[in-house]
Design a protein around this ligand. Structure first.
Ligand SMILES: Cc1cc2nc3c(=O)[nH]c(=O)nc-3n(C[C@H](O)[C@H](O)[C@H](O)COP(=O)(O)O)c2cc1C
Length: 195
């Protein structure tokens, strides 16, 4: 797929087939992420690629428990409020049963941590689309970066104590076969030209 088409037709996938794509395919996506630009060329985004089913299951339980213990406040961010409400029902799998979850982390307190990680994640989403894989940004582990249970578990998966979780990507074959590529109308992201 041509680069511009891969960018314009990228959409989020939230229903995945259970089978894991070949490791070579996942590696291609990861390489696209690692090739992203970084502030000062620091290249400090750490990618933790999780495909072990027991780990994905345990993370789903830890995330559900962490959100279930929280309360929605008037100023709770809408998406987070949805996570809390759904976790309290007990029926909540934050990674949508995707067979691959790539967690991004970066140095604690580093000013470009989120920006660099976003570049990595976007590169991976576009590469996934080009390879007919579906993906969606997963923010729950970032929100739960301070949760002791989640952090402790991620230490066992390679997270360093001096890293903060910046985001994540669920990845896999879309349940529908190919990713949804129907373009969303752009009603925001305004452009101001100064010519
Ligand atoms: C910073 C960021 C965080 C996001 N977090 C989540 C998330 O936790 N779960 C989810 O299902 N989608 C998440 N998304 C996906 C957005 O909901 C999605 O990109 C948006 O609705 C536009 O749809 P599209 O990706 O199909 O174009 C996130 C996207 C971004 C950029």
């Amino acid at each position: 797929m041509e680069a511009f088409e891969a960018i314009l037709t990228r959409r989020s996938t939230r229903r995945f087939r259970p089978e894991r794509p070949d490791r070579a395919l996942i590696e291609q996506v990861i390489e696209a992420g690692r090739t992203a630009p970084s502030g000062g060329n620091n290249q400090t985004t750490h990618l933790i690629a999780i495909t072990r089913p027991e780990v994905l299951d345990t993370l789903a339980v830890l995330v559900r428990e962490a959100f279930a213990a929280m309360e929605v406040q008037p100023d709770t961010y809408r998406s987070m409020a949805n996570s809390i409400r759904r976790a309290k029902t007990g029926d909540y799998i934050f990674h949508y049963h995707a067979p691959v979850l790539i967690v991004t982390a970066n140095r604690k307190g580093y000013g470009n941590a989120l920006a660099d990680s976003a570049c990595v994640l976007e590169n991976m989403m576009i590469a996934g689309n080009a390879l007919d894989l579906g993906s969606v940004w997963i923010n729950q582990l970032h929100w739960l970066d301070e949760s002791p249970a989640v952090r402790e578990y991620l230490y066992g998966m390679g997270l360093s104590e001096n890293e903060t979780v910046t985001g994540g990507l669920a990845l896999g074959y879309p349940e529908a076969g190919l990713p949804n590529r129907e373009m969303l109308a752009r009603t925001g992201n305004p452009v101001t030209w100064v010519e």
